[in-house]
Design a protein. Sequence first.
Length: 360
Amino acid sequence: MTDNSLRSFILEIIHRYPLTQTEDVFKALFQSVFGCEHLVKAEPSVMQRIIDELPEAQKDTSEENVEFLGRDYCRAHLKVITEEGLKEETLSKLFVSSAVPHDTGADDILSEKIDVFLSMITDRSVSFDISDARLKAAEWRNAGYPAIHHSDIFRKAYHPSYRVLKASYGLFMPVFTAIDKLSMSRDKVLIGIEGGSATGKTSLAAMLKEIYSCNVFHTDDYFLPEERRTPERLNETGGNMDRERFAAEIIRPLEENKPFKYTPYDCMTNKLMDPVNSEPKKINVVEGAYCMHPEMKAEYDLRIFLKLDEDMAKERITRRNPPEMREKFVNTWMPMEQKYFNGFGIEESCDIVLDTYRLG
């Protein structure tokens, strides 16, 4: 967080919760650096605590079920279970996965954030007792920055009931809740994740695999073989994907609910790889550009579209790839993807559309 964004973050907290006390600001700053207060591993006990807390959680006055704590973490209020249909088990897994050891130097980062808050009091950007705030900050720092509680005033006024999660989980909370609701009423759920280059499709698919132990199939494994890349084929909308083979090897067997083999293509060697044995699971995810091409006739139960500002997408591509690969993305693949999205109205046909700028 830059100083300006941190200042905005602090002002937003105070605006949302006018009775915020000094320690409540400290707690938000602590969570923005460290996440949850401690490491957790016993998922069943985590879920039971969530279940036990649900009746009291209905008193939580937060207007938003997900509140972002800067770039890395967010608060997921337990009302996301009762109001949006997230399963207690899913929230438990998200929470356990979010509880990771913090990086070296995190104490220094927290100290810097506290200093910004103190400077805001000094320049009267916020109304707190500067002497009290400095004293509490010094005592907290000398104690080694242990976990801190909300103030009694905050708890009585707002009844906070939440879990601190990775910010990426907060961003994709609509996806988790949609999957949980679908899985309650269907024996099998087929999910498609579309979007342009560097929008986070593979990252989302990896999260879903971690949380749900689901199948994940990638359209990148079905890049069109070199010998079939004729001018006529590449001029087709979505022509650079081997959609015929993907439909035959992945989509049809999933819909028929039977075991199958599929053969990924290695675009680096221009060869097919060894066949992979698979079978449908409760939740099956197909991710990648062109996975919603009409010719594949995939009957997705949930259609997700991820988008990102073009300049941010190019910045991500630049960080991840050598210059020659970046040029292919920018000058060839991204225009082809846009032609496909526009030509078939892909974004407009999706159930969930998310801007992934928070992924960094």
